[in-house]
Every structure is written in structure tokens, then in C-alpha cells.
Design a protein around this ligand. Structure first.
Ligand code: ZN
Length: 243
């Protein structure tokens, strides 16, 4: 069952009304549309609650994809009541958490601008995110932090643009992930662009991002770890670089 993914067009939508299409055996709730992002591409799915017509709440502990990425399943907390198919709910994303994830996720894109190496993995979380690069060079974390914060302060716009698979094939250089290829088959690829006319960066991505780099706020590189001969893991944290 397909769910309209409202977060694709508007990452700032923290609440929406939706109808229950089905509740699966595991209690997972499938809706006609949702503003809850489902775990994908290194970004964890949303938590929050659904409000029923009588004002009572269904706590949502996780949001995941099903058989395909088009299928979104909302997992209620263990003791939460289950809604009925056909029921209308008002969805509320835990916005404080999601906004931190959006800031962190955008920071990962900025890091990939500073480190122009193939990306071999990434993970976004509220406190500590990391990106793995296929590189043998050693870099200074204070220097990388300084370059990251310059991109934040320049307050570049962040926006999405859709291109065709043929356009992507004509510009293979924009894909930075070494092992993960953008999903094929839909005919359209979503690019996340940074800077006027994407002057800073553009990268296929389905996640949620802030709309201008200033919103990322103060971040720093907490650690650069050696993970194998040609792999470096950069850890991004909120706040200033500890002295
Ligand atoms: Zn992204």
C-alpha cells in the first residue's frame, strides 16, 4: 500500500491529517499520507504521536519502510492503542528531535563538500552523526570544523530539484556514494542542492534537510577515526569545538 510522502515536498510539516488504510499483524499503521519520515539513507525515522477524534493519543515509537521504500509503516509504542482502518488521525511529529536530525543531515552534506571523496557510509542521529569517506589522507579536525562553519555562516539556500534518470546518467559525477546508487525505476531522481543554482553542491537524497545552511547552527568535528587503510570516519557533533 502506498502512502503519500508529505515530507518529500515539505520537510517543515510537523503535523498533518491522515486516514488509516490498514493495521498490519505487528500493529504497524499504514496511512494514506504522512509527514513522518521513515528510516532511510542513514536518517532515522520519526517518532511522535497520532491524535484520535476523541483527543486520545497513540504514541509512535518508530517509522520504517516496508517491502519497498514507497511503503511506510508507523510502529506504535508497545502499550499504545491500535486505530481502526478508516479512522482519521492528526499526526504530530516529535519536532524537536526531527529538527535536530534535519540540521545534522544537512551538516553531513556540507562535510561532503569539504571532503570531496567517495562516501562509503553515513549515519545521522540527534547528538552524533558520522560520514565514512574512501580516503587515505589525514585531515585536521579544527581545519574541517572551520570550513564547515564558514559554509554555515554563508547561509546558502538548500532546496530540492528533480531530474530524470537520463540527466543523472549524463552527469555521473554528482553521485558521491560509492556503494549506494540512487533508487531507479521511478524515472525521476531527487537532488538536494546547496547554494544559488546549486553552486555549492547537489546530491541525490531522499532525506529531510533545513532550508538554509545557517539553521545547521554551531557544529564541530568531534573525531576523525581511521577505519581501515583507505577509510576515514568523520564524527559531527553540535556545539563549538572543545578547547
Ligand atoms: Zn540528504
Amino acid at each position: 500500500m502506498e502512502t503519500r510522502q508529505l515530507f518529500t515536498d515539505d520537510a517543515y510539516l510537523s503535523t498533518a491529517e491522515a486516514r488509516v488504510l490498514a493495521v498490519n499483524e505487528a500493529g504497524g499503521i499504514i496511512l494514506d499520507q504522512t509527514c513522518f519520515y521513515a528510516t532511510s539513507g542513514g536518517q532515522p525515522g520519526d517518532t511522535g504521536y497520532f491524535e484520535r477524534a476523541d483527543g486520545s493519543r497513540i504514541a509512535i515509537a518508530a517509522t520504517v519502510t516496508g517491502q519497498t521504500k514507497a511503503e511506510i509503516i508507523h510502529l506504535p509504542a508497545t502499550d499504545a492503542p491500535r486505530p481502526e482502518p478508516g479512522e482519521t488521525l492528526v499526526l504530530h511529529v516529535d519536532w524537536e528531535r526531527r529538527y535536530r536530525l534535519m540540521r545534522m543531515h544537512t551538516a553531513c552534506h556540507l562535510l561532503s563538500v569539504i571532503c570531496p571523496y567517495p562516501i562509503t557510509g553515513a549515519s545521522v542521529s540527534e547528538e552524533d552523526s558520522w560520514v565514512d569517506f574512501d580516503m587515505a589522507e589525514t585531515m585536521d579536525k579544527a581545519d574541517i570544523t572551520g570550513q564547515l562553519m564558514a559554509l554555515v555562516r554563508d547561509n546558502h539556500p538548500v532546496f530540492t530539484r528533480w531530474i530524470t534518470e537520463a540527466e543523472l546518467d549524463a552527469n555521473p559525477g554528482i553521485v558521491k556514494s560509492k556503494n549506494v546508487r540512487p533508487p531507479r525505476g521511478a524515472g525521476q531522481i531527487r537532488l538536494v542542492c546547496i547554494g544559488e543554482n546549486a553552486a555549492v553542491d547537489s546530491q541525490p537524497c531522499g532525506g529531510t534537510h533545513v532550508s538554509e545552511t545557517q539553521e545547521v547552527g554551531e557544529i564541530h568535528i568531534g573525531k576523525i577515526e581511521k577505519k581501515g587503510k583507505e577509510n576515514r570516519r568523520f564524527r559531527i557533533r553540535f556545539g563549538p569545538l572543545p578547547q
